[in-house]
Design a protein around this ligand. Structure first.
Ligand SMILES: Nc1nc2c(ncn2[C@@H]2O[C@H](COP(=O)(O)OP(=O)(O)OP(=O)(O)O)[C@@H](O)[C@H]2O)c(=O)[nH]1
Length: 504
């Protein structure tokens, strides 16, 4: 601003300080003498002008409080003296890169070879470490902050225990994929011959617990020996359930820690299946090779659920098992009401209670493989403990508020049923965990009608696609007479249990 010329104004006299010509000091001295003589023209001390008010200076803010209007401009850089008050870069210590090129700096005089045409990139000045070109020598200058991949690889390639630096095996060059050693492809064809397992030992699966199957040997001098086993690979995803007849190989000694392999599963005579609910396409096999389904229902505490009993009956008929109704806790309620519901179907039943004689139940189970199903808390384990004294199945309690059991039993267990009077085993009994529902998505109407041979004859005149349910037009079951009518009514009720309802 001080040097700007405004047209129309008179140009001010040049300040001798500004042009720096020799002789300026003498003129300044002469002016100073004149000012000393005339106190009105004496300039104010420079410090006072810079510091502003005396108060601010007293607080020590004088250096920062520079006057906004400076009466002389800053000197141009090239006018600075080469010696004397030196630039920061000229001080001792490490010299920043900007000092390069100074006249007094020998390093700056070194000619830059090879890159005369290079200019700064258009995206601005970058740090020197980012630039391409000569690399900084290791051990000098800045640390290497960025870890690059080749260095990491080189480090990993060093022998464990700290060998010589860069002592990487010449056989392995990480940059040359051809030098990797790969396992050779095997050309020997797989054999399709499978072992015959002639020496496999027959056994029966009695319980399954997280992939470990407890088996009982069925034949030979070691009959009834308990052997732990697991599925072998040839079985694939085929499930093995309680009641399966299997063949074992390997360690069948039954010693602690021994483990045999199940290599074959015999064809199943029956399977008790259920789905999680009526829409679930996946059916679960609960038990195999049972020939009697014992539907355990308490007469009270918890209250009997006829619809669940109906569903279990349908499952029994669909799987080809004989049903048996076992009504427990007869000390709490009269069984007649429930029995009257199932009398038309001709379902056999037994009534029992805790602590009572169980010979009536035992005679129904003798010589057969029976599986007990029922809601939690109905007394299944209590009954099993009465029938098999060594079973020691844990017995739960029924919740006083909800009237439900606590699902004390968590997995199915198959036990040999002792004969009458403590004689040799006579049949098998399978205790299962309590069920809340019995999904029947897998059961078709035709499977059910086949379990009622007397009604099956009536359906021969039915139109094609008839389900024989309530309200089916021209259904042959409508022609039933006398006692058969009650039976048709019960059959249709069972059929209707396939339709999902709240609480199933
Ligand atoms: N009053 C009475 N209580 C019984 C009878 N049978 C069993 N209980 C009781 O009913 C409760 C449940 O018996 P559990 O044998 O554990 O029933 P569960 O069906 O095995 O139950 P989960 O193992 O959960 O399936 C226990 O407190 C038994 O003492 C009976 O005949 N009369």
């Amino acid at each position: 601003m001080a040097g700007r010329h405004h047209p129309g104004r008179r140009r001010p006299p040049r300040d001798p300080d500004r042009d720096g010509r020799p002789g300026g000091a003498g003129r300044r001295r002469a002016d100073g003498d004149r000012d000393r003589r005339d106190p009105r023209r004496r300039p104010r001390p420079a410090r006072r002008r810079r510091a502003g008010t005396g108060d601010r200076r007293a607080r020590g803010t004088g250096r920062l409080a520079l006057a906004a209007a400076r009466d002389r401009p800053h000197p141009r850089p090239r006018d600075r003296p080469a010696r004397g008050a030196r630039h920061r870069a000229d001080r001792t210590g490490r010299r920043p890169h900007r000092a390069r090129g100074r006249a007094h700096d020998p390093a700056g005089r070194a000619p830059r070879r090879g890159l005369p045409h290079l200019r700064r990139p258009p995206d601005g000045a970058r740090r020197r470490g980012d630039r391409l070109g000569r690399r900084r020598r290791a051990g000098r200058g800045h640390r290497h902050h960025l870890e690059d991949l080749p260095r990491v690889r080189a480090r990993l390639g060093r022998p464990a225990g700290g060998g010589a630096r860069n002592a990487v095996s010449p056989r392995y060059d990480e940059n040359d994929p051809e030098s990797y050693e790969r396992p050779r492809r095997r050309t020997r064809p797989r054999t399709k011959d499978r072992p015959s397992y002639d020496d496999a030992v027959p056994a029966r699966v009695v319980t399954v617990d997280r992939g470990r199957l407890t088996c009982l040997l069925e034949d030979g001098p070691d009959k009834s020996r308990v052997v732990m086993a697991m599925k072998s690979r040839p079985l694939g995803r085929k499930g093995v359930v309680v009641g399966d007849r299997v063949r074992l190989v390997g360690d069948v000694s039954g010693d602690d820690g021994s483990l045999a392999r199940i290599v074959l599963v015999d064809e199943r005579a029956t399977t008790l299946r259920r789905t999680a609910d009526d829409t679930d396409p996946v059916e679960r096999i609960l038990v195999a090779n049972a020939d009697q389904l014992v539907i355990v229902a308490a007469l009270a505490d918890p209250e009997p659920r006829p619809r669940l009993i109906d569903r279990a009956l349908v499952a029994a008929y669909a799987s080809g098992m004989d049903p048996l109704l076992c009504l427990t806790k007869s000390d709490l309620a009269d069984p007649e009401t429930l029995v009257s519901i199932y009398r038309p179907l001709g379902v056999p039943y037994v009534v029992t209670q805790r602590g009572a004689e169980v010979s009536g139940v035992r005679s129904r189970l003798a010589g057969r493989t029976s599986v007990l199903v029922g809601h939690s808390g109905v007394g299944k384990s209590t009954l099993v403990n009465a029938l098999v004294p060594d079973a020691m199945r844990s017995v739960g309690v029924v919740n006083a508020v909800t009237g439900r059991g606590r699902h004390t039993s968590t997995n199915a267990l198959m036990l040999p049923l002792p004969g009458e009077g403590g004689g040799p085993p006579d049949g098998w009994i399978i205790d299962t965990p309590g069920i809340r529902s019995f999904g029947l998505a897998h059961v078709q109407p035709d499977q059910l009608i086949e379990a009622f041979p007397d009604l099956h004859e009536l359906t021969e005149v039915c139109p094609r696609g008839c389900t024989h349910g309530f309200g089916e037009p021209e259904c042959g079951l409508d022609e039933a007479e006398g006692d058969q009518r009650d039976r048709v009514e019960s059959f249709r009720r069972l059929l209707a249990t396939r339709d999902t309802r709240e609480g199933d």
